[in-house]
Design a protein around this ligand. Sequence first.
Ligand SMILES: Nc1ncnc2c1ncn2[C@@H]1O[C@H](COP(=O)(O)OP(=O)(O)OC[C@H]2O[C@@H]([n+]3cccc(C(=O)O)c3)[C@H](O)[C@@H]2O)[C@@H](O)[C@H]1O
Ligand SMILES: Nc1ncnc2c1ncn2[C@@H]1O[C@H](COP(=O)(O)OP(=O)(O)OP(=O)(O)O)[C@@H](O)[C@H]1O
Ligand SMILES: NC(=O)CC[C@H](N)C(=O)O
Length: 631
Amino acid sequence: MYGYYRVAAAVNKTTVANPQKNAEEILSLIQEAQEKEVSVVVFPELTLTGYTASDLFLNQTLLAAQNGSLEYILNNIKSVDTIVILGIALLEADRLYNCAAVIQNGEILGLIPKSYLPNNKEFYEKRQFVSGRDIVRTTTELLGKEVPFGVDLLFTDKKEMTFGVEICEDLWAVTPPSNHMASNGANLLFNLSASNELIGKHEYREELVRTQSARCMAAYVYASAGVGESTTDTVYGGHALIAEYGATIAENERFSLENSLITADVDLERLRWLRINESSYSDGRRKKTRVITLGALPQISELQKEITPAPFVPSAYADKKERCDEIVHIQAHGLIKRMRHARIEKALIGISGGLDSTLALLSTHRAFEMMGWESRNIVAVTMPGFGTTSRTKSNAVKLCEALGVTLKEVDITEISRKEFEAIEHDPEELSVTYENVQARARTSILMNMANKEGGLVVGTGDLSEIALGWSTYNGDHMSMYALNSGIPKTLIKYVIEYYKSNEAIAEIIDDILDTPISPELLPHRDDEIVQETESIVGPYELHDFFLYHFIKYGAKPSKIRFLALKAFDIKYDEETVTKWLKVFLKRFFTQQFKRSCMPDGPKVGTISLSPRADWKMPSDADMQAWIDELE
Ligand SMILES: Nc1ncnc2c1ncn2[C@@H]1O[C@H](COP(=O)(O)OP(=O)(O)OC[C@H]2O[C@@H]([n+]3cccc(C(=O)O)c3)[C@H](O)[C@@H]2O)[C@@H](O)[C@H]1O
Ligand SMILES: Nc1ncnc2c1ncn2[C@@H]1O[C@H](COP(=O)(O)OP(=O)(O)OP(=O)(O)O)[C@@H](O)[C@H]1O
Ligand SMILES: NC(=O)CC[C@H](N)C(=O)O
């Protein structure tokens, strides 16, 4: 489903050295995985015998019993299309290997031996096993059949999934085998483990799994042995984890006395597209691998994953103060460097009482505070026009007064009328010309005033407006430094809200947040805003969602729509999402010419549309393929 696969980590109740008893527990977990539409389920290391069988591995009876129980499992899962990864001891060329067996529909598709055998303190695996790194044969015989065998095996469904398997200590090694598997195309990694519990060890283990998923740009599924393993010298807590590209997305309760199975839906298509954007992934060394094709996999009937409707906004768990401080510091630092370099001591901002100019003013003020520069060297200019309402104007004035910046007022109505006359535009015709004359008049005033004052014009346009081209070319689109260019509208709101902690401006901020978003370029009606941006271009929360998935994951429009419907639930229906998504695509494509010559400005989050850095796109590209894909 749209590149999503359900994966699972299972921890079975173990009876050490009793493979048949273990087989029954394993079978019940396989059945659960199949019922839950899981594509691949991984079990702990040496699943059938138990990891802690120790020197009993050197006894023929245990191995024979294990193989008998393995055959029993295979016979019982002939109609199970879920891939099952079990740990077994394998006798090959008179050596014992600690292996993972990859099974589908009762067939063993491949055997992967462990490379790194821990052999210190509580671990003494080299007493019984040898490393599989240097094996010569590429197949081995098991239960009367030739099976692919080696550390070079990968498995693919020839769609989005390619997976590799490693075993416990392999992940702890300096160069885990999963590094090479990932470099060779595995976007899903499994680990069969037996990792004992020591104080704090689970945190380290979680970090290892999480960071390996980040480094490999993959999903990593980890299952460690638990209840029933021998407690002779150590205790196994049955830790199971699923991480995806640096985030732990599922984790079980350790020390369970029962079987446990965790699942997560991972977006393997997303990972592939993230990789093509990462030069150090592409530069990863490729090795010879053997890729085994899997049979058809279970399909997910409903995605079980929360999709955040506000991907740019930090989660509720994030420390708001810390995040906002970081954002404002990035902005302030960007501006300080530029002003110092140009030996400019004044900043000019057109201040409208809207969200964007409010944040630009607050961040500029923070920069001046950091440098010990005087607030009055910030020149805030209010430029009322035909659409300016007393609400926005008075909020702008009150904010400037509270911050102690220099406030200037230049009415643009007369200037605009003169321009209409000069270009022979009928002022009754409320067209785009009518709007843009005002926006350009403001920019012209700011730029000219900047020359007069010896200042720099701080741009206010945000990332969402830049994506949509919702600005007037060479009007508010232009400035000397575009301070908000890396911040989308949904995040602008979040940061401004944080400033409510400053009591002196809390009330003003509340009202600014409450005011409908508007360019106020069309005449107001009885001092009420008539031009509401979101009813013209669509809700910013949708556009920010579209932008995030479009740029970050190169997602297809149909997938973006699917995710938006899931994220916003009943708030928007399919027709509404499709309508605004088409608006997004059309504007995004047609408005690139505005981005191609946008001013410098700081990148704040993972997405920026700077034509010099993050986003290089022709201004005359055709959008039809994207629109058609939605049909
Ligand atoms: N690919 C391309 N390469 C080069 N030039 C291209 C072009 N496509 C159009 N053009 C030209 O660009 C011009 C159109 O662009 P432009 O002049 O900017 O005008 P346009 O984008 O049509 O209008 C600006 C829009 O932004 C809105 N706005 C303005 C200011 C502030 C805010 C706000 O809320 O923040 C919103 C305003 O309401 C209006 O709807 C036309 O002259 C057209 O010929
Ligand atoms: N009445 C005004 N006085 C001074 N500057 C203005 C005025 N109206 C618009 N501007 C300038 O033009 C910019 C673009 O206008 P726009 O309406 O997009 O921004 P905003 O009002 O700050 O924020 P938002 O778009 O979130 O409402 C403003 O940020 C501001 O710098
Ligand atoms: N079974 C293993 O390979 C365990 C080794 C690993 N370093 C651990 O302690 O978890």
